[in-house]
Design a protein around this ligand. Structure first.
Ligand code: MG
Length: 467
């Protein structure tokens, strides 16, 4: 497994679990995620970077951004101290989105990037996400080396003369928006004068997204758009948490509503009737637009809806399936020169902007699709068609996980099986994916079919042998 929660509990003797995975570090601030842990994680990341660049005479630098959680400031200072102590310069980007950091790492030619965010987790959580110089999270072997360095405290500390320097950079919004505008026909969108409601859950997305929408000629009604980190609803952008946005779309007679998670890599869409259409449609809509212009490859993870396969097939394209995790999708996209990619949780990736899930990319492509077709968002959704997806999760001991996967292989022996990340079983009428989470000690079970009863049947059969 990729996480070492048991080991960490033994070390810190804490009730809650601090999790280190390929996605970075995530924990509860003040309990198991403290300034000293953040500083050591910074030292570990800086030491890892120095190892990779040891023949270079250039001073290494890392750009660092954070979402709006109040604890982010403390973690930023601690991480910066850790990075500087091993001789790495820190460029502070301030409160910015996760995709912004992925873009600025490459824009500024940094050796790496750090995002301080716990994404959609509740406010008491925070996390530290690491990026390499290509803007992508470290692959598993690199993540393992950083983790070992953190545990062993084998830091490449430097002397006072070579201590890292801290500077600030406030160019992020402009750089990011210019890249997003370059992938759409700005004038076509401006001409439509769309009315848009935006809910940024008081995360990092409000400021930059309002600027982008204004550039695109939209009449913007923003709610929860201050970067206070006070989440007025569950920060996971799902149907239940977006009731306020749905109401506002109806009240303002808006063309569309957009919701972001606190670090604004994920996007959920509300149609003009005030209906939350579900995050799986975000990537599907973006892909439908891209495939209407071009054909080629798309990449997405094993847990993402079959809608993208249907969309790619219509234009003679194909879909590459990867293990769950943004870095896996991004790597597959680069390797296969994909024209679009992302994950079903509302994360759209366009390599022309950056190799990171980006809600601004999703917004721009969906508005472009509406502008070009002259159709409402609900019409575009209806044209894609409907699948029913059911998601379940179970707390499972690590020792039981392989046994469950073996049982699943016997139970669904007639299906096409993909084992790159747990087991995904593809049937003619749907699919089932069973996998261990990268960030929590749980097993996720996802089933999808055109017929809800069939999806439910896959879940029932799986539950039977888990129990
Ligand atoms: Mg996120």
């Amino acid at each position: 497994m990729l996480f070492d929660v048991c080991v960490l509990n033994a070390i810190f003797n804490m009730a809650e679990q601090l999790i280190i995975s390929v996605s970075g570090m995530r924990g509860i601030v003040g309990e198991n995620l403290t300034a000293s842990i953040a500083a050591d994680y910074g030292r570990a990341f800086g030491s890892f970077l120095k190892e990779g660049y040891k023949t270079s005479k250039e001073k290494l630098s890392v750009c660092l951004g954070r979402d709006s959680r109040p604890s982010g400031r403390m973690l930023k200072l601690a991480l910066s101290e850790g990075l500087c102590s091993v001789g790495v310069d820190v460029i502070d980007l301030g409160i910015v989105t996760t995709p912004c950091v992925g873009i600025m790492v490459r824009e500024l030619g940094c050796s790496g990037g750090v995002v301080i965010t716990a994404s959609h987790n509740p406010a008491q959580y925070n996390g530290i996400k690491l990026l390499l110089c290509n803007g992508i999270a470290p692959p598993p072997d690199a993540a393992e080396r950083i983790k070992q360095c953190f545990f062993d405290k084998r830091f490449a500390l430097t002397d006072a003369v070579n201590f890292g320097k801290m500077t600030c950079n406030e160019q992020t919004d402009g750089v990011h928006i210019a890249k997003v505008l370059a992938i759409v026909d700005k004038e076509a969108i401006v001409a439509k004068r769309f009315t848009v409601v935006l809910d940024s859950v008081n995360g990092a997305g409000g400021r930059i997204t309002k600027k982008l929408l204004t550039e695109l000629g939209c009449k913007v009604f923003a709610i929860n758009d201050e970067p206070t980190g006070r989440f007025t609803h569950n920060p996971e952008p799902n149907t239940e948490s977006l009731k306020g946005l749905c109401e506002e779309v109806k009240t303002k007679r808006a063309d569309i509503g957009f919701a972001q998670d606190p670090d604004a890599d994920r996007l959920a869409v509300v149609d003009e009737n005030g209906t939350c259409i579900g995050e799986e449609y975000t990537l599907a809509l973006a892909a439908k637009y891209i495939f209407s212009k071009d054909t080629g490859c798309a990449a997405t993870n094993l847990s993402t809806s079959r809608m993208i396969d249907d969309i790619a097939a219509e234009s003679g394209g194909e879909v590459i399936r990867t293990a769950v995790g943004e870095a896996n999708v991004a790597e597959a996209m680069i390797k296969n020169n994909c024209i679009i990619g992302g994950e079903g949780n509302g994360g759209v990736i366009d390599l022309c902007v950056g190799p990171v899930r980006d809600s601004l990319v999703g917004i721009a492509l969906i508005l472009q699709f509406m502008a070009e077709t002259g159709k409402t968002i609900s019409q575009l959704v209806n044209e894609i068609g409907r699948y029913y997806m059911i998601k379940n999760k179970y707390t499972v001991e690590q020792s039981q996980m392989q046994q469950i996967l073996d049982s699943a292989k016997s139970e669904f022996a007639s299906a096409l099986v993909n084992t790159i990340d747990g087991c995904r079983f593809d049937f003619e009428d749907g699919w089932l994916h069973i996998r261990a989470s990268n960030t929590e000690p749980i097993m996720r079970i996802i089933a999808e079919a055109k017929d809800q009863r069939i999806a439910q049947e896959y879940i029932v059969r799986t539950k039977a042998f888990i129990h």
